[in-house]
Design a protein around this ligand. Structure first.
Ligand SMILES: [Zn+2]
Ligand SMILES: [Zn+2]
Length: 336
């Protein structure tokens, strides 16, 4: 058994609205149902930004953020049977559900009243080690050992859940905000014969070029009218004014999905653009089934991600780049 240190390095949120602090902290303690994981890499998700900036209320404090974690199991709790030392695992946002509330009992564990979330209400992966409940981390093949795969753990999963919500008959799909989630999802959508229209911040030519390179059949400014009526729209950008815009672009009977965990206020809009059975909905969190389904669906696709790597100590810089729209694809902390 490999010797473990007593302490580790971590990036810690001490109070929302202030930068993370690079600190030496005690190695986390794992319970009977948990595994201790040596982190290889952790993706930087937009949700981390909302947590650090204080837009998501009631985080655990002090907190180690990060919920797109890939690492190796180095210790297992007494009751852990599904994982063993050396296993490569992925640890996502959903960290625990109660299994007893009405949501858990109706296949909606993503809405569990008592859920815990990695990097928000339990410590996450901006650290050398982390712990995870055995039922809430996923055994991954060695193909996922690379830091570039970390965005699949949230951007990929939330993108996939949103994609399921628009229904399989949607052929023309608008993606509003072309970052980590969209650049993963477009690869699946393309493989299934869908036409993707990418909308970016006005004037962000780099993001539009990136979308075209990734296979969008059209890319333009968010303020531009869609060149065709869309069957469905997925809004990844946390910008409320995109909701009426996406509804306007969407055809009769179409679906508009808000995929973000936080969004600025939605301006009022005429009933006309919702009329004719358009559906507006949000997507919250994920279920474990989403993760299993997603990794099964992408087995044969070999999803490529565009990532920019940072060291653990550079987490604040990575968050700033994401905040300023300077990341093409996804930012990732390379740790182990
Ligand atoms: Zn529950
Ligand atoms: Zn996330």
């Amino acid at each position: 058994m490999r010797h473990l240190p007593a302490t580790m390095q971590a990036m810690v949120l001490e109070s929302p609205g202030s930068p993370l602090v690079y600190k030496t902290v005690a190695l986390p303690v794992y319970s009977e149902e948990q595994v201790l994981v040596k982190v290889i890499a952790c993706g930087v998700c937009r949700t981390d930004l909302h947590v650090v900036d204080g837009e998501l209320l009631h985080p655990k404090l002090p907190l180690i953020p990060g919920h797109e974690i890939i690492g190796n199991v180095v210790r297992t709790g007494a009751n852990v049977s599904s994982l063993k030392e050396g296993d490569l695992v992925g640890i996502p946002w959903l960290g625990y559900t109660c299994g007893k509330c009405k949501y858990c009992l109706s296949n909606k564990e993503n809405l569990c009243d008592n859920a815990l979330f990695t990097g928000y209400t339990i410590d996450g992966g901006y650290a050398e080690y982390t712990v995870a409940n055995q039922q809430y981390c996923f055994l991954l093949s060695s193909a996922y050992k690379d830091p570039s795969k970390t965005p699949l753990l949230c951007a990929g999963l939330i993108g996939y859940r949103s994609y399921i919500m628009i229904g399989e008959n949607a052929k023309t799909i608008g993606m509003y905000g072309f970052g980590a989630a969209a650049h993963i999802l477009i690869q699946l959508a393309k493989q299934q014969g869908k036409h993707v229209y990418a909308f970016t911040r006005d004037g962000d030519m780099a993001a539009q070029q990136f979308a075209l390179k990734m296979g969008a059949i059209w890319a333009g400014n968010s303020s531009q009218q869609a060149p065709v009526k869309l069957d469905a729209a997925i809004i990844f950008a946390p910008v409320g004014k995109l909701v009426p815009k996406a509804l306007t672009d969407t055809d009769k009977g179409g679906v508009v999905v808000c995929a973000g965990i936080h969004m600025s206020d939605i301006p009022s809009f005429p009933y006309d653009i919702l009329w004719e059975e358009r559906t507006l909905r949000s997507v919250a969190n994920l279920t474990r089934k989403d993760a299993h389904d997603f990794f099964k669906v992408i087995t044969d696709i070999d999803i490529k991600t565009e990532t920019r790597l940072f060291n653990l100590q550079e987490a604040n810089e990575a968050l700033n780049c994401l905040r300023n729209g300077e990341i093409k694809g996804a930012a990732v902390l390379k740790i182990g």
